[in-house]
Design a protein around this ligand. Structure first.
Ligand code: COA
Length: 170
């Protein structure tokens, strides 16, 4: 049994992320946000994601730990829209170490971040993930999310030389 899988759920503690946690959280993210499940260029897991959210929304940057080992994390922010009285809570990243997934850690993190967002006046939570990331889709559905909306992302390669159209023959 590995260290993290032997960390009992009863010892699970959800707390705010501190600066000392940044590198561990970053490496867990590298493990779980794989190229297969996160192919979008628009969402890239890198150190700026953590530090930006940590600087702007520290109360919504949480880790789950057992003993001195971090098992997972949830990073969120709040968004207000022009012309809307509603405050939105955006759960930007949630990740749990591979070897202890489906053990309730993600649900524990979600419960706490939802509670904190509610305290901050959030009326609606939003998330996004790849349509083919079925574990995440099921996870979010289990947390009560619905109303799935699909987006289309397109790209245009500007380094490719455009071919000139042949002149029309008269
Ligand atoms: C999504 C993720 C955070 C869930 O964390 P977790 O600790 O495994 O989730 P939980 O154990 O709390 O699961 C709660 C519910 O989610 C659903 N679920 C979780 N993992 C699932 C899977 N692999 N397949 C199907 N359903 C799943 C189940 O309904 C589960 O309830 P159950 O245990 O009663 O069946 C985790 O799988 C993960 O880190 N995935 C990779 C990163 C990712 O895709 N993040 C989301 C987008 S940012």
């Amino acid at each position: 049994m590995s260290d993290s899988s032997s960390a009992g759920k009863e010892n699970l503690r959800i707390r705010e992320m501190t600066i000392d946690d940044l590198s561990e959280v970053f490496h867990i993210g590298e493990e779980v946000f794989t190229a297969e499940s996160f192919q979008s260029l628009y969402r890239t897991w890198d150190e700026y994601e953590i530090t930006t959210l940590f600087n702007s929304d520290n109360e919504l940057c949480l880790v789950a730990e057992a003993g001195d080992k971090i098992l997972g994390f949830a990073l969120g922010t709040t968004v207000t829209k022009h012309n809307s009285p509603w405050k939105y809570g955006y759960l930007v990243w949630v990740g749990v170490r591979r070897d202890i997934q489906q053990g309730g850690v993600g649900s524990g993190l979600f419960k706490e971040i939802k509670h904190r967002m509610k305290e901050q006046g959030v009326r609606m939570m939003i998330i996004d993930t790849s349509a083919d990331n079925l574990p995440a889709v099921h996870f979010f559905q289990k947390q009560g999310f619905g109303d799935i909306q699909e987006h289309v992302y397109m790209s245009l390669n500007l380094s490719r030389k455009s071919r000139k159209k042949p002149a029309k023959k008269s």
